[in-house]
Write a protein that binds this ligand. Structure first.
Ligand SMILES: *Cc1c(COP(=O)(O)O)cnc(C)c1O
Length: 472
């Protein structure tokens, strides 16, 4: 070690001097002394490394104390926490997809904090089936003979392929070999499940004759995948579900469909057309359909599998089901959400209500929020505030209707005193209740569709926090 390095090393504060700082005690109470020590010690090793690489690295006691406090406080805060979604993307996978309805929340709280009938029949006084709590409801709402629920739709697809393909072939159109995001790629999923993938047709054109000539003794199923977040347009041809079902049944094999979002209600009244409801898929002949619980359905994360009783029974008996089973909180939330559908009270499901909101309603909300923001900024010393009520293009998200925009309204804000729109969006993310907003045309844009009244308060609180930190 040369002198310069040695000198710098000697200036590194001792662990004890850092642990003696007044802010340490509070954090010790939260995460424990050992954790605080480990975090600081990690920071000091990083500094030593930096000094070895670059002996004139600048530091002093204060800068290290500040860095230590930041690192420790980061670990003392909840990592998974609430944010405000001002993006206008209703089913935002990165922001947690669907918000649960109040009744679903109540059910979760009640079931999670009490013993319950998860696998118990109070009539017989013996073991019950956890799936029974929701099967009847799902069947009522979709017209299916039977249903089971697993951890998520990816799990549902894997379980169904594994149990039903029996290591034989599944025939799929090349136009449906999609990647859904979060590393869910159809060819990989099929390989994982042991089903042999037989591709037919081309990216844009698949005909019934392609399927016909691919079916052999080794074929277990025809597989139809919802293209989710992507569409092939122009010179295209796909085979209808009814035709596929007829072909499959005439050859004694099954038609399985991964529907992705899985709607229970018709959305054509708000201009979202082209996707069938789960019931329609079953009616048109799909023997088994898989879909998510937390996309357009608006419930908890889950994978729902509906279909013919004898097919679902095969899944029920498969050992993989044990590894994919849902927990009591999920079942509680799902049962409550499905009961809301059964009552026909769908607008009390937040996801459905946000998707169905009319542009006129959103315009009124935007005007109200505009007035609130304007009144707030008048109380500050900021002089460059430029607010506008503007029409927006919102989206359903979650891989549903990638091409359909939901016409909405929002409030745009330019505030050059606080920096560019990108800088402002960053500041809004950095406050205690982060606000995730879009930035367009050098303005930050708050889409009303995904904002509640509570969220509007949080946005104003965010500006208060930004201004107090910034000293304005
Ligand atoms: C979203 C989606 C999945 C994955 O569902 P998860 O519930 O996220 O596991 C699978 N297939 C399709 C077509 C989808 O849209």
């Amino acid at each position: 070690m040369n002198n310069e390095v040695q000198n710098a090393m000697r200036k590194i504060p001792s662990m004890d001097s850092l642990l003696a700082l007044s802010w340490v005690e509070g954090f010790e109470a939260q995460i424990g002394r050992e954790a605080v020590k480990d975090i600081i010690s990690g920071l000091l090793s990083e500094l030593r490394q930096k000094i070895r690489e670059c002996p004139d690295t600048a530091f002093d006691f204060d800068s290290i104390s500040r860095a230590a406090m930041l690192a420790v406080s980061e670990k003392a805060e909840f990592s998974l926490h609430k944010v405000v979604n001002a993006t206008g993307v209703v089913i935002h996978t990165n922001l947690g997809r669907s918000l649960l309805a109040d009744e679903a929340m109540d059910a979760v709280l009640n079931i999670a904090s009490n013993y319950n009938t998860l696998e118990y029949s109070t009539q017989k006084g013996t073991r019950g089936e956890r799936n029974d709590h929701v099967e009847w409801l799902i069947c009522r709402l979709t017209g299916a003979e039977a249903a089971i629920v697993v951890n998520n739709n990816a799990g549902a697809v894997i379980l169904a392929l594994k149990a039903l393909s029996d290591d034989k072939e599944a025939v799929i159109s090349r136009g449906e070999l999609v990647e859904i995001g979060g590393s869910f790629r159809i060819p990989d999923i099929m390989e994982l499940s042991g089903a042999k993938m037989v591709e037919v047709g081309t990216t844009n054109m698949t005909h019934i004759k392609d399927y016909v000539s691919a079916i052999t003794e080794e074929t277990a199923m025809l597989l139809k995948i919802h293209p989710s977040n992507y569409r092939i347009t122009g010179f295209t041809s796909t085979v209808s579900r009814a035709e596929l079902a007829e072909l499959a049944h005439s050859r004694g094999i099954i038609l399985m469909e991964d529907l992705g979002s899985g709607m229970l209600v018709d959305t054509s009244c708000i201009g979202l057309t082209g996707d069938p409801t789960v019931r329609e898929c079953a009616e048109e002949g799909a023997d088994i359909v898989t879909f998510s619980g937390d996309k357009l359905l608006g419930g908890p994360q889950a994978g729902i599998i509906i279909g013919k009783a004898e097919i679902i029974d095969k899944l029920r008996k498969h050992p993989l089901l044990r590894a994919l089973r849902v927990d009591k909180m999920t079942l509680a939330a799902l049962e409550a959400t499905l009961r809301i559908y059964l009552r026909g009270d769908i607008l009390s499901i937040p996801t459905v209500s946000m998707v169905f909101k009319s542009q006129e309603e959103l315009r009124k909300n935007a005007q109200n929020f505009y007035r609130r923001l304007k009144a707030f900024f008048e109380t500050t010393r900021l002089r460059s505030v430029s607010l506008k009520v503007v029409p927006t293009n919102d989206t359903v998200g979650g891989g549903t209707y990638p091409q359909s925009q939901l016409p909405g309204y929002g409030v745009s804000l330019r505030l050059p005193e606080l920096g560019s729109s990108g800088k402002l969006a960053e500041k809004l993310r950095g406050v205690s209740t982060s606000v995730i907003a879009g930035a367009a045309n050098d303005a930050v844009l708050f889409h009303m569709r995904t904002l509640s009244g509570e969220d509007e308060k949080d946005i104003i609180a965010a500006f208060n926090e930004i201004l107090s930190v910034g000293g304005n």
